[in-house]
Write a protein that binds this ligand. Structure first.
Ligand code: CAA
Length: 249
């Protein structure tokens, strides 16, 4: 098989680690980015060491995906030092939940910048190269709540819904060049982000999941690995919902 270079943004977070692991298992060289703070750097190194113990090697880079210029220089560095990026998983995302009546402008803006502008900031840097080389895979991580909306998540749901328009548009631009672009929409998965939801609220959410439990990060990683595979060249501009049946569109 061809070894590809893959970048997973937010690659040391709840879902990201499982995605990195899955793509390493596919034989790819995987680079995980993390938002740089003292705490996240420590956490990222721990994750890297943990994966290494299981025989999985990932490279780490600090990156704020909300910052266009940082994304530009990150991609330039990776391409100069490691090689051209063939697979991009736009996974980094945040929540700043509040009902609209209590949502501050900063909570709106931070989520727009990190969850939606990041799609442009990162894809823009790699898309031309993928098209010129005639092969590429971009997977954008959206959410169940981008499909159905969610009380307290007007900002987050707006960004996750926006990802579908972005995905379908650049999927059309890359289609004749061997570049596929798809979205994956996780439901409620057992990650630190979901564990922040108040216990009583989460309990009632889980009651509404037909499968009867939270999802596991590996179940999202499986969808990402499926869409980034060599054999997935005819799948583009689509959304793969992985939500235990919580929303069936
Ligand atoms: N529908 C209708 N009304 C609701 C409601 C709902 N789903 N949830 C709460 N309310 C009502 C409450 O009953 C309450 O009503 P009263 O004022 O009449 O008593 C009012 O709204 C305020 O509710 P809260 O006390 O919960 O308000 P809060 O300000 O303390 O918290 C919140 C609001 C932060 C949004 C909290 O409800 C919450 O965390 N909700 C969960 C949001 C969520 O699902 N986030 C997902 C995070 S994980 C993720 O995003 C990953 C992914 O992709 C799936």
């Amino acid at each position: 098989m061809t070894q590809r270079i893959a970048v997973v943004t937010g690659g040391t977070g709840g879902l990201g680690v499982a995605m990195c692991e899955a793509m390493c298992q596919q034989g790819h060289k995987v680079i995980a980015t993390y938002y740089p703070t003292d705490e996240t750097e420590k956490q990222a190194k721990e994750q890297q060491a943990e994966l290494q113990k299981m025989g999985t090697e990932i490279l780490l880079f600090p990156l704020d995906v909300a910052d266009f210029d940082s994304c530009k220089s990150f991609v330039a560095t990776v391409e100069a030092e490691i090689g051209p990026i063939d697979i991009l998983v736009n996974n980094a995302g945040i929540t700043r939940d509040a009902p609209l009546k209590r949502m501050e402008h900063q909570q709106w803006q931070d989520v727009i910048d990190t969850n939606l502008s990041s799609m442009f900031n990162m894809s823009k840097q790699v898309f031309d190269g993928m098209c010129n080389r005639g092969w590429g895979r971009i997977v954008n991580i959206s959410s169940l709540n981008g499909e159905k909306g969610q009380f307290g998540q007007a900002n987050y749901a707006a960004t996750k819904a926006g990802i579908y328009g972005f995905t379908r548009s650049i999927a059309q631009e890359g289609a004749r060049k061997g570049v596929t672009v798809n979205a994956v929409s996780p439901g409620y998965i057992d990650t630190p982000m979901v564990r922040q939801v108040p216990e009583n609220v989460l309990e009632s959410i889980v009651q509404g999941i037909p499968v009867g439990r939270l999802g596991r990060p590996e179940e999202i990683a499986r969808a990402v690995a499926f869409l980034t595979a060599e054999e997935a060249g005819f799948i583009t501009g689509t959304n793969l919902s992985v939500n235990g049946g919580q929303y069936m569109s």
